[in-house]
Design a binder for this molecule. Structure first.
Ligand SMILES: Cc1cc2nc3c(=O)[nH]c(=O)nc-3n(C[C@H](O)[C@H](O)[C@H](O)COP(=O)(O)OP(=O)(O)OC[C@H]3O[C@@H](n4cnc5c(N)ncnc54)[C@H](O)[C@@H]3O)c2cc1C
Length: 429
């Protein structure tokens, strides 16, 4: 075992957005000499996950920002964190570095370069500017506290000492980019509870094999999830979302499904969950029926399978008619009965898809669960059980909807932790 005896002011475990922003905030505000603040990361480079966010474009934050877009045992935990460093503060910070943003639909902010690397590169430049030391390929397995000093022990036996520690190890998603459960283990050693982590903002495998033929189809739909008991009685329903649904070889994915995943992943362990899709958002069932009838009356000799390809993709309509409703799609629409037409309308406005299981952490965008926020001070992110120990980012039991909420929380909580960790040093300035 080798020990680096120099006791740092702050060691930050994890060089994602939360950890890097904790380091910058601490180094910038404290005026401490270079190398007082150290980031340790298990990865080969900093901010790897940040680099793939928003399909590589980094949806950094959102125009609408409040606790209603966050989840966990106590979503209100975010109020104090966001109150201290808001979406405007975050954009203002990067504007100050010369980064410009574009607001896209649903209030999503993206750098005008359309590159997540714009954000990562600017942050890394800031780390260098403020003398933050970075040690990569260093996975911390445990932390202990002896005589008021924290000792972080790496997998290879290396021990590093510090007065304060920020744990910003992220969640469990995208293990292919390096995700580890060590933050949870460390928190537990100091008496913290961890809410069982499950994948979130994720797709689902479904029971309806007939719909697998829809693979590749993408459609806008009004969607919601119903949780049902053993007698198929609906016990509760999620709120509705209207967004894109993507059909895949295993089931369903896409933004609408991601948004709803929060309501089903945990519940699927004990309930059955059904996704309901309406492919004509904004129209009543009667209006859809009228629309279809009018199309059919204009072209009575058209085959059933080709009769609606002007309003929905061909594959979409044909798979539902053939595989779900078991209809002969080659007959002319003039021969289709009213009852069959109403069955088609129902399948296009109220398609029920039984969810089997969520996809794994490999495909999920965030972790639902993590370190229970009850024993963490939302103003400082400091542990209420161990003074000097701080948590930030996705390692906590907080996760946000799609749309920039998770990065905003990572940056805001990282900043709060970094500033609080050097509080004494700031006061001496
Ligand atoms: C595909 C994808 C797309 C996404 N898109 C968006 C988006 O557009 N907008 C948005 O808001 N959010 C998005 N997210 C979510 C967002 O990326 C995360 O919420 C955010 O990165 C969390 O930041 P973090 O710093 O807490 O953790 P991370 O970014 O996960 O960083 C944690 C760091 O800790 C390191 N680490 C872990 N354990 C150890 C250890 N024991 N020792 C040393 N180092 C360790 C890891 O190597 C990693 O570098 C997306 C996520 C994914 C997977």
């Amino acid at each position: 075992m080798s020990t680096v005896d120099f006791v740092r002011r702050v060691i930050i475990i994890g060089g994602g957005p939360a950890g890097m922003f904790a380091a910058i905030s601490a180094a910038k505000e404290s005026g401490l000499p270079p190398r007082s603040i150290l980031i340790l990361d298990a990865n080969i480079k900093l901010g790897r996950k940040l680099g793939v966010t928003g399909d590589g474009r980094c949806n950094i934050t959102n125009a609408k920002m409040s606790s209603e877009f966050f989840h966990g045992k106590n979503p209100k935990f975010v109020n104090s964190v966001l109150g201290r460093f808001s979406n405007e503060d975050l954009l203002g910070y990067f504007n100050g570095l010369g980064v410009e943003f574009r607001e896209e639909e649903k209030g999503r902010f993206i750098p005008v370069t359309d590159q997540a690397s714009t954000i990562t590169d600017n942050i890394i430049e800031e780390l260098v500017r403020y003398g933050v030391e970075v040690r990569l390929n260093t996975r911390i397995a445990s932390i202990r506290k002896e005589d008021g000093v924290f000792i972080a022990k790496a997998n290879d036996g290396l021990e590093l000492r510090s007065h304060k520690v920020v744990v910003a190890t992220g969640g469990l998603t995208y293990p292919q980019l390096g995700s580890f459960p060590d933050g949870y283990t460390i928190a537990k050693t100091f008496g913290h509870e961890v809410v069982d982590p499950v994948p979130c903002l994720v797709g689902f495998e479904t029971h309806e094999k007939g719909l697998f033929d829809l693979q590749g189809v993408q459609a806008k739909a009004r969607a919601w999830i119903e949780l049902r008991d053993a007698n198929s009685k609906t016990r509760s329903s999620s709120p509705e979302v209207t967004d894109e649904v993507m059909f895949t070889h295993y089931g369903v994915s896409g933004p609408a499904v991601f948004s709803l995943s929060i309501f089903a992943v945990r519940q699927l362990k004990t309930n059955s969950a059904v996704l309901i899709l309406d492919f004509f958002p904004g129209l009543s069932v009667e209006e859809v029926d009228k629309k279809i009838l009018s199309i059919w009356e204009t072209n009575p000799s058209r085959t059933l399978g080709n009769s609606l390809i002007g309003i929905l993709p061909k594959k979409h309509v044909q798979v539902i008619m053939r595989n779900v409703l078991q209809l002969d799609i080659d007959i002319p629409v003039a021969n289709v009965s009213k009852a069959v037409r109403q069955g088609i309308v129902k399948a296009l406005t109220h398609l029920e898809i039984r969810l089997k299981a969520s996809r794994s952490f490999k495909e999920a965008q965030v972790t639902d669960g993590g370190i229970d926020t009850e024993k963490v001070d939302p103003r400082t992110m400091e542990s209420k059980l161990c003074p000097g120990l701080f948590f930030a980012g996705e390692v906590l039991d907080i996760h946000g909807d799609c749309g920039g909420y998770n990065l905003q929380f990572a940056f805001s909580s990282g900043r709060a932790a970094g500033l609080a960790a050097i509080q004494g040093d700031r006061e001496k300035q």
